[in-house]
Design a protein around this ligand. Structure first.
Ligand code: AKB
Length: 318
């Protein structure tokens, strides 16, 4: 990859991925794409070029790709699962019409494309325990529908036009940098903010509900390592199961209490989030990612919790 465009560079994944890509490929080689109202700030604004890159505007994307001689696009524009249920048409416009624009620009200008899929691409009749790489995907949410469509359309562009499309099915991503907004797994981030602020946490997900999760440094590595992987070794493309840990709320609560013994949590279950969580896998089987491009997570529940508490305490002090 010579020059990279990150669409959605100020979002939860984009804000950290853009910085990580700039470290690896050089600041001037990574363009931070954003929409008006979500301008890059600080390190993100100063570390390299930025440009308005609205995924729903194909001509604008084509112009940036030409101007910066882009050969790889990280397409991170999306609404998360809960907010997508409230705005299904917008979710489709961004997730699918937007993806179509990205893929067309990539086809015309020979760019590689990474577009995240999600555990949300699975549904209630998917096997929930050690969910296989290739299995039933019949989600009931618009988020899930758009993620299945993302996987299929990305594979289609690879097969039909040779566009180098690659993707992972992200679990819930946990980070202290940019908070997520409108996801089902957000509770696993929010719980840390409550613990560090010394507040009681009202958990929207019921006791016993397990979901896959991953610490952001592993998530960034997954995206970057897949894009650098030897294409001859890839049997799958869009998208690979990847996971680092799987836990229910009471387990992360217990882990945090080892370091914050006075921390309190109560359940106040949100019916929409709970229904979505129950339709998603309890744990993913990521053997294909491990075998085809050497995927290995570095953080488990204990190491992630320690690092999150330390980093978030530091951040909220400042
Ligand atoms: C969400 O909860 O919507 C996302 C996801 C798992 O895709 N974090």
């Amino acid at each position: 990859m010579k020059n990279i465009l990150v669409i959605g560079s100020t979002g939860q994944i984009g804000s950290e991925l853009t910085t990580a890509l700039r470290k690896q490929y050089g600041g001037n080689h990574v363009v931070a794409g954003y929409i008006p109202g979500a301008e890059p700030k600080g390190e993100l604004a100063e570390g390299g070029p930025s440009a308005i890159a609205d995924v729903t505007n194909g001509a604008q994307l084509a112009d940036i790709v030409q101007r910066y001689d882009i050969d790889a696009i990280y397409n991170l524009a999306a609404l998360l699962s809960v907010v997508a249920e409230q705005k299904p048409q917008l979710a489709w416009r961004i997730g699918i019409d937007g993806l179509w624009n990205v893929l067309e620009v990539a086809r015309e200008h020979q760019c590689a494309v990474f577009t995240p899929s999600s555990i949300g691409s699975f549904g209630p009749n998917t096997p929930h325990e050690l969910t296989p790489q290739d299995t039933i995907q019949r989600p009931k949410t618009i988020y899930g529908v758009s993620k299945v469509c993302t996987e299929l359309l990305s594979d289609y562009y690879f097969t039909k036009y040779g566009v180098d499309t690659r993707s992972v099915r992200f679990p819930g991503l946990i980070s202290y940098v940019t908070p997520p907004g409108g996801g089902t797994t957000d509770y696993a981030v929010d719980i840390f903010y409550a613990a560090v602020r010394g507040e009681k946490f009202l958990c929207p997900i019921a006791k016993g509900t397990r979901m896959d999760m991953m610490y952001m440094p592993d998530g960034l590595r997954a995206a970057m390592e897949l894009m650098e992987a030897n294409p001859d070794k890839l049997i799958h493309r869009n998208g690979f199961n990847v996971t680092a840990m799987s836990f229910p709320p009471e387990k992360i609560y217990a882990e945090i209490r080892k370091r914050c013994p006075d921390f309190k949590m109560e359940y106040q279950v949100d019916p929409l989030k709970q229904a979505i969580a129950e339709s998603w896998p309890d744990s993913l089987d990521d053997t294909a990612a491990r075998e085809e491009w050497g995927w290995r997570p570095e953080f488990g529940l204990a190491t992630m919790t320690r690092d999150m508490l330390e980093k978030l305490t530091e951040k909220l002090k400042g």
